[in-house]
Design a protein around this ligand. Structure first.
Ligand code: ZN
Length: 274
């Protein structure tokens, strides 16, 4: 049996103990919780939602690409069209658009693919202007990657685009071997079907814009496309080697029309690709 005289000090000790315990908890710095592991990002939707598009303005810096009779440079036109395309996509679609270059700088073909992959690009569109020894060659052509070119002209064009830093060099057998070696390990091979579909739709839009007969989509060993790990196309907007088309290519209105046509193609592609 405990009398009132024994209980009082016990209560007091307990009270003081509780008070200080409470104070200790109240004044202690907030405990750092261990970082919870982020929830696993499992995409269970049937079609992957596209988020990032990389646009690649061909050439740049000292490497100016093809040159027109009146002095237009491919590198300037490709950048102008790419910037317009970026603007129209960002204005209308909830997609992030990255460029492989946004000014007049030189970027290697390998780095263009690396930039796309680093951004986890869902689509890659390389912009170029065409060049042919046939003065009257005109219209747009859209390419997707292949080890073998559709025809001799496509093969020659791929060679020019792959080696535009040295256009005067003759097309030798070693160069073809080099292309084959680079293509040996290509990320793009997994996306050829989607790339073909994107190429067809963009080409269709460009044909209606330019009122040209359908030149059709083509395949060629373009080095810039080989390492890209997503559907990828290369658009030859028009022929800078054709004086009439060169005059169009430098016009801002024409460049905007081309950007709009590629954009319309993109919207159509997104509908079928999710
Ligand atoms: Zn080019």
């Amino acid at each position: 049996m405990t009398g009132p005289n024994e209980i009082k000090p016990l209560k007091l000790i307990l009270g003081v103990f509780l008070f200080f315990s409470f104070l200790a908890v109240a004044l202690s710095p907030p405990e750092l919780k261990p970082m919870a592991a982020p929830p696993a990002q499992v995409d269970q939707s049937p079609a992957k939602r596209l988020k990032v598009i990389v646009i690649d303005p061909g050439h740049g810096g000292l490497e100016s690409g093809a040159k027109g009779k009146f002095g237009a440079l491919e590198k300037d036109i490709t950048l102008a069209v790419a910037l317009k395309l970026k603007a129209v996509i960002e204005r209308s679609l909830a997609l992030r658009v990255e460029l492989t270059r946004d000014k007049d700088t030189e970027v290697s073909l390998e780095n263009r693919a690396a930039i796309a992959n680093n951004h986890k690009s869902d689509l890659f569109i390389s912009i170029h202007t065409n060049s042919s020894y046939r003065r009257n060659a005109r219209g747009s052509e859209t390419f997707f990657l292949s080890l073998n070119a559709t025809d001799e002209e496509a093969r020659r064009l791929a060679y020019l685009e792959n080696n535009s830093a040295d256009l005067s060099k003759p097309l030798a057998d070693e160069d073809q071997d080099e292309i084959r070696m680079i293509l040996w390990d290509m990320a793009q091979s997994a996306y050829l079907k989607q790339s073909q579909s994107l190429a067809e739709i963009i080409q269709d839009e460009l044909n209606s814009l330019l009122g040209t007969a359908n030149r059709g989509i083509k395949q060629a060993p373009f080095k810039v496309l080989t390492g890209v790990a997503c559907p990828a196309v290369l658009v030859e907007v028009a022929f800078i080697s054709n004086p009439e088309e060169e005059k169009d290519l430098v016009k801002e209105s024409f460049q905007s029309n081309v950007a709009e046509a590629i954009y319309r193609g993109l919207v159509r592609y997104l509908k079928i690709a999710g």
